[in-house]
Design a protein around this ligand. Structure first.
Ligand code: NDP
Length: 456
């Protein structure tokens, strides 16, 4: 394997940057730096740690355009989306700047003295993140990890390491002490695996494929590491005939073709109640064919290319000659990993396109008859990350939301992620929660202390 990593620009296939590629030795060195920095970082007073996180948030905002441009070019995402993602990174640090002073414990009535709990940091945490929302997903992990007093080794995906590297510089300039955040750019199979095996790493937080998540859970078991896993999805978008069909159809493309479908929350299974299918499909076709696919740096672009030639080949395998293509949008010719937004209909629930995470701009439409069938089809998957319910009947929407085995649901909306609410999956979509107040549980251990006060 060459020591030089060529980072590509997916919209042009040109080399954007060349970087030295790390191996296991660099991981060990990064863990050693993080371990050395841990005692001092955990001892920083809560208000001072909060101030550092606030300063990082402000610095990200100050560098918003630079970071957004880097992310848009490296990940191939529309510049407007990239700006929104940088805003979220800043919000994450602002939100968790409130945490160091709010890591509350309990006092518990006991005999003979006083008992109370504390939330202690874990130590060095390893963060392994994917290429679809590179800095955003890293921030979801770094924010609570650093707020709780941990130090970090971050391994970005080799396809998209640039914003992580730049962020580490910006955070250092904003006051994050040396060694608290360490970025290692190298392959998952060596650097990621070494982080998982390293006895000095207390926890792995991972976002990526379910397959790699399984190997991480197995590897981490050797040292009883804490693990949180945000894995794949095959989320349902359930549209009942009594819904505002125009609104549901107008919103559906964004929910599956946003980020070119490379989104673990993508509502890639659109379940539509039979009486509404014709009206829904007509409105969906208008919306899909109107999507502007092109240069990520063009302000008007709504969808960019896929991340790599490999991803394009994988996605293409779901749209072979026999695929029931209902309609497709447009995509540019020439260099770049382009793929036109594609809707398949009707699709049998057991078809490969209806069961596997495609992670590209391909949606399947599956008709259903009634509420019971909608719930059964929606839950008929190994995944359980997110989903939507569109209905004009509030009681039905709530019933279905309770019946779906998924971690993040929305009613008459397709939103999944908010900084202040928990995000994570049921079933093989993973375990643990990111964002919101719950994320701190994943970066702290509960310690119980008893102090004897009764005379002996
Ligand atoms: P991976 O799960 O392979 O990659 C995610 C991260 O894990 C990357 O940083 C990768 O490093 C690292 N990694 C890979 N292998 C190991 C390992 N053995 N030990 C530790 N870390 C490892 O995703 P892919 O990029 O291969 O994408 C394949 C499919 O996964 C997609 O088509 C999609 O279905 C799913 N996926 C889901 C995501 C989600 O958000 N839920 C995100 C990304 C992918 P590196 O890439 O640098 O080698």
């Amino acid at each position: 394997m060459p020591d030089v990593l060529e980072v590509l620009e997916p919209a042009t296939e040109a080399v954007l940057e060349e970087l030295p590629r790390a191996g296991e030795e660099e991981v060990d060195a990064a863990v050693a730096r993080a371990a050395a920095a841990f005692p001092a970082w955990r001892a920083v007073s809560p208000s001072d740690r909060a101030n550092v996180l606030r300063a990082i948030s402000a610095a990200v905002t100050a560098h918003r355009e630079e970071l957004a441009l880097l992310e848009a070019r490296n990940a191939g995402k529309p510049i407007g989306d990239a700006r929104g993602e940088m805003d979220m990174v800043a919000q994450v640090f602002a939100y968790y700047s409130g945490s160091p002073e709010r890591l509350l414990g309990d006092t518990i009535p006991v005999s003979g003295g006083q008992a109370w709990t504390l939330r202690e940091p874990l130590g060095v945490v390893g963060l392994i993140v994917p290429w679809n929302f590179p800095l955003t997903i890293a921030a979801w992990k770094m924010g609570p990890a650093l707020a709780a007093g941990n130090t970090v080794v971050l391994k970005p995906a080799e396809l998209t390491p640039l914003t992580a590297l730049r962020f580490a510089q910006i955070a250092g300039e904003a006051g994050l002490p040396e060694g608290v955040l360490n970025v290692v750019v190298g392959p998952g199979s060596t650097c990621g695996a070494r982080l998982v095996a390293h006895p000095g790493v207390a926890k792995i937080a991972f976002t990526g494929s379910t397959e790699v998540g399984r190997s991480i859970a197995a590897g981490a078991a050797q040292t009883i590491k804490r693990v949180t896993l945000e894995l794949g999805g095959k989320s349902p978008n359930v549209v009942f005939a009594d819904a505002d069909l125009a609104a549901a159809a107008a919103a559906a493309p964004g929910a599956v073709f946003g980020n070119a479908g490379q989104d673990c929350c993508a509502r890639s299974r659109i379940l539509v109640q039979r009486p509404a299918i014709d009206e829904f499909m007509s409105a969906l076709e208008r919306a899909v064919t109107a999507i502007r696919v092109g240069d990520p740096l063009d302000e008007a672009t709504e969808m960019g290319p896929l991340i790599s030639a490999g991803q394009r080949a994988t996605v293409g395998s779901f749209v072979d000659d026999g695929a029931p293509v209902a309609f497709r949008g447009a995509a540019p010719d020439g260099p770049g990993f382009w793929f036109a937004p594609t809707v398949l209909c009707p699709v049998e629930p057991d078809a490969r396109a209806a069961r596997e995470e495609i992670f590209g701009p391909v949606a399947v439409v599956i008709p259903f008859d009634d509420e019971e069938e909608a719930v059964r089809l929606a839950n008929d998957t190994i995944y359980g990350l997110s989903g939507s319910i569109w209905s004009g009947d509030g009681a039905r929407a709530l019933r279905v939301a309770r019946a779906l085995d998924a971690g993040v649901l929305s009613i008459n909306s397709n939103t999944s992620v908010r900084v202040s609410t928990p995000f994570g999956g049921f079933k093989q979509s993973g375990y643990g929660r990111e964002l919101g107040p719950h994320a701190l549980d994943a970066y702290t251990e509960v310690k119980s202390i008893f102090y004897a006060t009764d005379p002996t």
